[in-house]
Design a protein around this ligand. Structure first.
Ligand SMILES: NC(=O)c1ccc[n+]([C@@H]2O[C@H](COP(=O)([O-])OP(=O)(O)OC[C@H]3O[C@@H](n4cnc5c(N)ncnc54)[C@H](OP(=O)(O)O)[C@@H]3O)[C@@H](O)[C@H]2O)c1
Length: 261
């Protein structure tokens, strides 16, 4: 990827020169144990969408980190609501990023994992129909899949009448998907927080006021506040901030040089 909008580290140690992809990759890295990372973009006044979608909040720096985080994960977890609303397509990575994954002993693509209570999913959606790796759908025992879904995805049942997220993550880990990146949405993030399953939040803060209306990055029932210490702050030259909060003080394992893509 060409570095159109430079990104610099401003905390804890300011690094004046713009970060290249290898440095960014090392800053996020892969954990040395099973790990759930959540990634969101929000406006400075806390909105999760602009005109109903996340796209209006995201720019080149956010897309750059978004792509790098996908490169680093084993499983890409997304709620059915976000999959449907944002029209998720098949997970694709550039040739250099696929090569980077192979060089680091990873599958060429991460596995898409969809969480759904209703199983109101369209097997023809490109996220399923064109997937380079057979996606997994985490569902509970009481939900019936629509025709064709099991042709394009593997149904994994966890929970009798609701999706048991802890059991679902344990099953992903059993299958070798230890590093999971969750791309939302708010209800899934809220449920993961309530179940105390979130290890890390990567938050891009867009320098704009969305005003009243949109929801926050989290939704659902109120729960117990949890500490999530700040680990780094990056700033892009267009005023976008990128925060990494993680509960574990251990720095991510540097994952080696990253490709430009
Ligand atoms: N700014 C950002 O970074 C960002 C990121 C992602 C999404 N978004 C925005 O968020 C909005 C979508 O939010 P949303 O309210 O629909 O929330 P959501 O969490 O994306 O989706 C909720 C749906 O996902 C499934 N789901 C989530 N948690 C579940 C759980 N614990 N167990 C079982 N199923 C679960 C259910 O699907 P079923 O109905 O199939 O049961 C539920 O109805 C969109 O506007 C999207 O653009 C923004």
């Amino acid at each position: 990827m060409s570095v159109e909008t430079p990104i610099r580290r401003i905390w804890p140690t300011p690094a004046t020169p713009p970060l290249d992809d290898a440095e960014l990759t090392a800053l996020y890295g892969r954990a040395d144990r099973p790990h759930l990372r959540v990634n969101f973009v929000a406006s400075v006044d806390g909105a999760v969408t602009l005109d109903g979608y996340s796209a209006g909040l995201s720019g080149a720096p956010d897309k750059r980190v978004f792509g790098l985080l996908r490169m680093l994960c084993d499983g890409l977890l997304v709620a059915a609501g976000t999959l449907r609303h944002e029209g998720y397509r098949a997970v694709r990575l550039s040739g250099p990023r696929r090569a980077w994954r192979r060089a680091h002993g990873l599958a060429e693509y991460p596995t898409l994992v969809v969480v759904s209570g209703s199983l109101d999913l369209d097997p023809a959606q490109a996220a399923f129909a064109d997937a380079p790796v057979r996606p997994i759908v985490l569902a509970h025992a009481g939900a019936a899949p629509p025709p064709g879904l099991t042709d394009v995805a593997e149904l994994v049942r966890c929970g009798t009448d609701r999706v048991d997220l802890a059991a679902g993550l344990a099953e992903l880990r059993r299958r070798g998907l230890g590093q999971v990146l969750c791309e939302g949405g708010p209800h899934l993030f809220g449920a993961l927080t309530a179940a105390d399953l979130v290890d890390e939040l990567c938050l891009t803060v867009a320098p704009l006021l969305a005003g009243p209306g949109p929801g926050r990055i989290t939704a659902g029932h109120a729960g117990t506040p949890r500490d999530l210490p700040l680990r780094h702050v990056l700033a892009a030259d267009d005023g976008v901030l990128m925060l990494r909060h993680a509960r574990d003080a251990t720095e991510p394992t540097p994952a080696g040089a990253a490709p430009t893509a």
